[in-house]
Design a binder for this molecule. Structure first.
Ligand code: ACO
Ligand code: LMR
Length: 271
């Protein structure tokens, strides 16, 4: 038998050999034009999850992208992108500067929320037991809390996502559980709401369960960071908007006002 050279890379999502490249078996021409019925959500579902999802799930993926596309200029990532653009950097550098802020506090709590809430529900922890468990873990509950949103100033993005899920998902057991946790956390402090990251992470788990994925498959997605990827992709739209805004406005380099900095440096001992 002929010996086959072992391959350095494996690709299971797309193929660019032949006359036309394919996304997961679909020629690009069959997904790219509006008349074929594929939307950007369908393209995401085949390239990210290798399956064409039913309409309600594709609509949910797109709802998430549209929901997180921007949240104004003051948030960590938009601020970083704007400062970088004003330092004269190009779109890609400014975008990366913005993206680098996405993490456990800002926009990147989606995988963590899915992981911990799923763990709590799988293990039938009461909200009180879950809070005690997280306290022992020593991390703030991912998906809970917001700087400016609270019971009195509800996050309408969260309301929109919950409404979409109630109207379109076959069932939402993890969301229902998370809302019982939110009742307890907001009774302690009114800004400890289920935030937009938490709602997305939890609803993605409900979506995948409704699509008959196994727990192991869902855990692989979460461990890979697939859920934060929705925020990364969606918010890139807003970051690019802010960068173009800076270029259009021809804003000068930014220097932070010194009177807004507490300088607290000791004199070197030998001086
Ligand atoms: N779980 C438990 N306790 C919390 C949580 C949480 N998720 N968030 C805040 N707290 C508590 C703090 O321990 C602190 O308690 P203390 O006053 O007894 O010390 C109090 O609430 C205030 O905490 P801060 O960190 O000052 O709250 P802040 O309003 O600055 O934080 C933040 C907002 C960063 C979002 C925070 O709630 C958090 O880390 N949440 C978890 C991460 C998360 O979900 N981030 C995504 C937010 S949505 C988005 O970025 C698109
Ligand atoms: C966001 O979507 O960027 C936020 O929820 C964070 C914020 O503080 O507004």
């Amino acid at each position: 038998p002929k010996s086959r050279r072992s391959k350095e890379f494996i690709c299971t999502i797309s193929d660019d050999r032949g006359e036309e490249a394919h996304y997961c078996g679909y020629p690009i021409s069959s997904v790219a034009t509006p008349d074929t019925g594929f939307t950007i959500g369908d393209v995401m579902s085949i390239l990210w999850f290798k399956k064409r999802y039913p309409r309600w799930a594709v609509d949910f993926l797109e709802t998430v992208l549209k929901t997180v596309a921007d949240h104004g200029p003051a948030v960590s990532g938009a601020h970083n992108a704007k400062v970088t653009a004003r330092a004269g950097k190009d779109v890609i550098s400014s975008l990366i500067a913005g993206l680098l802020t996405i993490g456990p506090r800002f926009g990147g709590a989606i995988d963590g929320a899915a992981k911990y809430f799923k763990y709590a529900e799988d293990n039938k922890l009461s909200p009180k037991e879950f809070l005690a468990y997280m306290k022992k873990e020593g991390v703030p509950i991912p998906g809970i809390g917001h700087r400016i949103k609270s019971l009195k100033n509800p996050d309408l993005r969260v309301e929109g996502l919950k409404k979409f899920a109630k109207e379109n998902f076959p069932s939402t057991p993890l969301l229902d559980y998370a809302l019982t946790v939110e009742q307890l956390t907001t009774s302690k402090k009114e800004n400890l709401i289920l935030n937009v990251d938490g709602t997305i992470g939890i609803l993605m788990v409900d979506m995948w369960r409704s699509l008959a994925y196994s727990d192991e498959e869902i855990d692989v997605f979460i461990d890979a960071g697939a859920l934060n990827a929705f925020f990364i992709l969606g918010r890139s739209i807003g970051f690019i908007g802010h960068i173009l805004d800076e270029k259009r406005l021809a804003m000068p380099m930014y220097r932070h006002p010194m009177d807004d900095i507490l300088y607290d440096v000791q004199k070197a001992p030998e001086l």
